[in-house]
Design a binder for this molecule. Sequence first.
Ligand SMILES: Nc1ncnc2c1ncn2[C@@H]1O[C@H](COP(=O)(O)OP(=O)(O)OP(=O)(O)O)[C@@H](O)[C@H]1O
Length: 256
Amino acid sequence: MSLLEVEDLAVHFGGVKAVDGVSFSVEPGEVFAIIGPNGAGKSTIFNLISRIYDPTRGAIRFDGQDLTVLKSHDIATLGIARTFQNIELFDHSTVLDNLLMGRHTHRTTNFVQDILFLPRVRREERAHRHKVEEVIEFLELEAYREKMIAGLPYGVRKVVEIGRALALSPRLILLDEPASGLSVEETQDVAFWIEDMRRDMGLTVLMVEHDMSLVTGVCDRVLAVANGKPLAMGTPAEVQAHPDVQAAYLGTGAAA
Ligand SMILES: Nc1ncnc2c1ncn2[C@@H]1O[C@H](COP(=O)(O)OP(=O)(O)OP(=O)(O)O)[C@@H](O)[C@H]1O
């Protein structure tokens, strides 16, 4: 069974058909990308999956479960984590604290237990810190552990955002333009981490990305969209060579 199934998904904002009849499925362990020109509806698809928007029509299933009846915080509990195009971190907290906040859906203790710092709270706290330390090591963030987000270079903040999503121990990670604003070397690191997420963590990855070197390098399959509608789906090479995709990008050069 596919891990994520999206069927005839649509959302209309007044007269704007931001997403209009999009279907795709993502298999367990797959790295899948959605590409398309600016305004194509890519981030809106992410916002529909993470339940920020209600679809006008269509189905979204994760591991067979209907997501459209759930609230946005239930999505994280089910094992779906995401990053945002405009990094959303707590600027005046440290890297460590931001990653620990990523663990919030796994907290089982209540406020009173926390105040009393009962043995169960201490045990749980140790487990959360252990997971976060794993993420810090995985993303090579050791040097930044105690640094405030606000003072960090853009590239490092982007990595911390991936870390916060990984700290949730998800099964599916949604990466919204992980390479945007990064140097060639930083993009190369992101490619290695995506490979490792799949291989070492058994993660399934769905990403929106403009950088075709990253898409071609790490993705098994790609869906191209334009004006909210699906254009082509297949391997990165098949999709890039598709005449409708080339026409949609004409003038932008982005998929060439
Ligand atoms: N909340 C909203 N209300 C009204 N229109 C919206 C809303 N969200 C998105 N749209 C519109 O839907 C269309 C798709 O936007 P979306 O941000 O999904 O595109 P995108 O493919 O992610 O673009 P980019 O690559 O520039 O990030 C755009 O025309 C946008 O203006």
